[in-house]
Design a protein around this ligand. Structure first.
Ligand code: SF4
Length: 217
């Protein structure tokens, strides 16, 4: 899939984090980015603290690697904006002074079965590619629970999955409509379970609709 369609206006850029929310659950994404709901639980607080730690220093060098913390990211082709945790710039050789960007994203937990972390990282790489006019073959996810880095290859499959999700994200936000709740095991890990009420809302689009109906009865 080649993503050549449109150039977005600055006002239409969506946060990179919304992509991760979408891959986790489209309803969670809509509750946060359309209905402006957010609540912090232990998991999100730990995640936020990890990101704040990653953004504390601006840059440093370790041997042939320059490390940039909290680098602003933006893509007008994809309509995305955000910040990286870390971008490492790997010098290509003694004589070759050019550097290859290598994005690294910090995650609180452990590697997930779904693609949400890989898609978010790949979207960061796509932003960097547009900003710096380079091809970025790989990056890494660092998981707090395992204290390990997991390399992620930005192959054509992951790039296509990422671009499809970006298209879905823009469609969802443009629609202004929250998809109905579908109860599943991941709901127990969701910071919005109290607002979403996945068991009680029973397929209704908005948790607010459910609350209004409850108040009427
Ligand atoms: S509780 Fe479940 S259905 Fe509701 S937003 Fe969270 S993950 Fe999605």
């Amino acid at each position: 899939m080649t993503y050549t369609a449109v150039i977005f206006d600055e006002d239409d850029l969506l946060p990179l984090s919304a992509l991760q929310h979408l891959v986790f659950c489209a309803r969670q994404c809509a509750l946060i980015h359309i209905e402006q709901m957010w609540t912090e639980n232990v998991l999100t607080a730990e995640g936020r603290m990890m990101h704040e730690k990653a953004h504390r220093e601006e840059h440093e060098s370790r041997g042939s690697i320059r490390i940039e913390y909290g680098m602003p990211l933006r893509s007008l082709k994809l309509g995305l904006i955000g910040k990286s945790d870390i971008v490492e710039f790997h010098r290509q050789g003694e004589k070759d002074q050019s550097s290859l960007p290598f994005p690294v994203e910090y995650k609180r937990g452990k590697p997930k079965a779904n693609d949400c972390d890989r898609v978010q990282l790949c979207a960061q790489a796509l932003c960097l590619e547009e900003m710096l006019d380079v091809h970025i073959p790989a990056g890494a996810l660092y998981y707090g629970k395992t204290r390990r880095r997991q390399d992620v290859l930005f192959d054509s499959t992951l790039r296509t999955t990422t671009e499809k999700n970006i298209t879905s994200l823009h469609k969802l936000i443009r629609s202004g409509r929250t998809p109905p709740a579908v109860w599943s095991a991941k709901c127990t890990q969701c910071s919005l379970i109290e607002q979403c009420l996945p068991k009680q809302t029973d397929g209704q689009n908005s948790a607010l609709d459910y609350l209004r109906r409850m108040l009427r009865e």
